[in-house]
Design a protein around this ligand. Structure first.
Ligand SMILES: Nc1ncnc2c1ncn2[C@@H]1O[C@H](COP(=O)(O)OS(=O)(=O)O)[C@@H](OP(=O)(O)O)[C@H]1O
Ligand SMILES: Nc1ncnc2c1ncn2[C@@H]1O[C@H](COP(=O)(O)OP(=O)(O)O)[C@@H](O)[C@H]1O
Length: 246
């Protein structure tokens, strides 16, 4: 699946050109250099911090494969962690309905996130910032998000690589055809989206912009198991010099 899916895409226009390398973002907020640097943390962990970013349609297998890969990495002695779309939307990126009880309606409307283009943009921006912090702490950080907009993913790449260096961000395109995702429908969401009960559903009523040059392209193959897919990514990480088993 190399083409975009659904209606033509569009996140909010980048009115302000965000320069991720700019450390002082206002006159009154000044970057504070820390004594312990990334290299010292990585030396303790004997690994390079890396963000492994899974993108693809709902049901393509992001969570299942990322979870398998997490297990493989931990079993091999890596310091790894996993950020998953559904889970992050229970906390850091909760919807308005998840915030109103504790924080009130106005707060929930302002900071709660749904699935409009601008809400997805903010979702990916927040997660990207967290993933960059985790990579800076030396962790192999697996992130599994639909992240349908190329521009949002590319921004995360820039943020991670400008905090670290080129190669610190690996994009994994879980390229499972829409028809297969619809058949799997593990949460019954496609059924609801097709019935018009979920707005802005990726692949049905919202676009998906496929990566143009992902570091790892997992093309759907009949009979490929999640364990096969995870092993393939681990091997690619070794080949790219991003992981050495101890
Ligand atoms: N409208 C719409 N479009 C896509 N997905 C939807 C939608 N509404 C709810 N869900 C469920 O939310 C999960 C996607 O959350 P993400 O944070 O990964 O989305 S995004 O990156 O901001 O696009 C996604 O999880 P996965 O199925 O694991 O991909 C769905 O379970
Ligand atoms: N090769 C495979 N890779 C990943 N998932 C698979 C594969 N084959 C079947 N599945 C099933 O497809 C579904 C994928 O769901 P999930 O991992 O939640 O996808 P996503 O996180 O992309 O929405 C799961 O029920 C999983 O068991």
């Amino acid at each position: 699946m190399n083409d975009n899916i659904g209606p033509s895409a569009g996140t909010s226009d980048p009115s302000a050109n965000s320069d991720a390398t700019e450390k002082n973002i206002s006159q009154n907020i000044v970057w504070h250099e820390t004594t312990v640097d990334r290299a010292a943390r990585e030396a303790n962990l004997t690994q390079r911090g890396t963000v492994v970013w899974f993108t693809g349609l709902s049901g393509c297998g992001k969570s299942t494969i990322a979870n398998e890969l997490d297990g493989l990495l931990i079993a091999r002695g890596a310091a790894a962690t996993l950020l998953d779309g559904d889970n992050v939307r229970h906390g850091l990126c909760a919807p308005p309905s998840g915030l109103s009880g504790e924080h009130g309606e106005a707060f929930a409307e302002r900071f709660g996130l749904g699935f409009s283009p601008v809400d997805r943009e903010e979702n990916i921006r927040r997660i990207g910032a967290v993933a960059a912090l985790m990579a800076n702490a030396g962790l192999i950080t697996l992130a599994a998000f639909v992240s349908p907009y190329r521009r949002d993913r590319d921004r995360v790449r820039r943020m991670v690589e400008s905090d670290g260096k080129p190669g610190d961000f690996l994009e994994v395109f879980v390229d499972t055809p829409l028809e297969i995702c619809k058949q799997r429908d593990p949460k019954g969401l496609y059924k609801k989206a097709i019935a018009g009960e979920i707005a802005h559903f990726t692949g049905i009523s919202d676009p998906y912009e496929a990566p143009e040059a992902p570091e790892i392209h997992l093309k759907f193959r009949e009979g490929m198991t999640p364990a096969d897919a995870a092993a393939e990514i681990l091997q690619a990480m070794v080949d790219l010099g991003r992981f050495t088993a101890r």
